[in-house]
Design a protein around this ligand. Structure first.
Ligand code: AHM
Ligand code: MG
Length: 345
């Protein structure tokens, strides 16, 4: 109730729906055509569709929908394929998105050759897929890029732009609640919307998210310790050292779903790290649809996003499914990690 009250009393918009929020953003830009608003609305619609599939995921085996066909004799898709299909169908409907790059697809999917389609979407439709079967949070990640020249037929090269060029980025987390978090950059801030399944709407629940300057939690797959470079091992020992004055040791939290680990880090502060290691010399996570959207969000929330020695958002991509080391978090925590990587500590 207090949330509703503040919406009436002050300048807070807590409690307004995602649709109204997006529309108000558009009204602030009188020259806007509505295209961008429409894409964000379509993504929020896909979030509802995927939520309903995710919420029933645990029942699939129980209800005998296992194998490649369901009880109606229809082909059953894996949840990540379903999420991919739902997003492609929804984004293809209004002809505003020319093409999509997806973790699920080797090549880009061209949705339309109409030159009025001025945007490209990059996405990981269902991140954290190893957590589906154990009922742990999973998510969707997306980035939206404006096409440089809509008159030229769209190709994979159009996606190979540094993250600084993104028009918007966001993620959907299917956790204890479903949440959409999105930003169009520093000026507009980062905002979170929580889904109310009883009325099928997302409501603004986290207005203008700002990450703390420094946190007290670190998030990394400690099982990779033996494969890390020495600099990472040194940092990992340092963060666990006892030093009360400097707020160490940090607590450890690792879900193994980027969306969940990054979401917690964004709200509570601290650091998430998936560095390069002997098994994944380029890093494990994907630049275009995992690292860049989160880097865009973290920077817009006052945080930092690094590949260890510099900004994620400045990397010039050379391949669609390129990997990168990814360090996200509170500015002071990411700077400390970079100090270890560059030999300053
Ligand atoms: P996915 O996109 O196939 O789900 O893989 C990406 C996931 C991230 O969500 C998570 O941060 C990372 O892989 C976890 O990897 P690991 O199991 O090596 O710790
Ligand atoms: Mg992923």
């Amino acid at each position: 109730m207090s949330d509703q009250k503040s919406a009436h009393e002050g300048s807070s918009r807590i409690g307004i729906t995602l649709e109204t929020f997006i529309l108000e953003g558009m009204l602030g830009h009188p020259a806007a055509t509505g295209t961008f608003t429409s894409i964000l609305n379509q993504i929020s619609f896909a979030a509802k569709l995927i939520t309903s599939k995710v919420r029933r995921a645990g029942l699939v085996n129980v209800l005998g929908y296992t194998g490649s066909t369901n009880v109606q004799g229809e082909q059953v898709m894996k949840l990540d394929e379903e999420a991919n299909a739902a997003l492609l169908a929804v984004l293809g409907r209004r002809k505003h998105v020319a093409a999509v790059a997806s973790e699920e697809l080797d090549e880009i999917e061209v949705l339309t050759n109409d030159s009025r389609a001025r945007y490209l979407v990059m996405m990981d439709p269902l991140d954290g897929s190893s957590n589906i079967d154990v009922n742990v949070s999973i998510g969707t990640i997306f980035g939206i890029l404006k096409r440089q020249d809509p008159e030229v037929l769209v190709s994979a090269n159009d996606f190979l732009k540094p993250g600084v060029e993104l028009s918007a980025a966001g993620y959907i987390m299917y956790g204890s609640s479903t949440m959409v978090v999105l930003t169009t950059g520093k000026a507009s801030g980062v905002h979170g919307f929580t889904y109310d399944p009883t009325c099928g709407e997302f409501f603004l629940s986290h207005e203008n998210i700002k990450i703390p300057e420094k946190g007290s939690t670190y998030s990394i797959n400690e099982g990779n310790h033996a494969k890390w470079p020495d600099e990472v091992k040194k940092w990992a020992n340092w963060i666990k050292d006892d030093n009360k004055a400097e707020g160490r040791p940090y607590g450890g939290r690792y879900v193994g779903t980027l969306v969940a680990d990054a979401h917690r880090t964004l709200l509570k502060g601290g650091i998430f790290a998936y560095p390069a290691d002997k098994k994944s010399p380029e890093g494990k996570l994907r630049l275009l649809y995992e690292a860049n959207p989160f880097a865009f969000i973290f920077e817009a929330a006052g945080g930092k996003a690094s590949h260890g020695k510099g900004r994620i958002l400045e990397i010039q991509p050379t391949k669609l499914h390129q990997r990168t080391p990814l360090i996200l978090g509170s500015p002071r925590d990411v700077e400390a990690f970079e100090d270890f990587m560059t030999g300053k500590r």
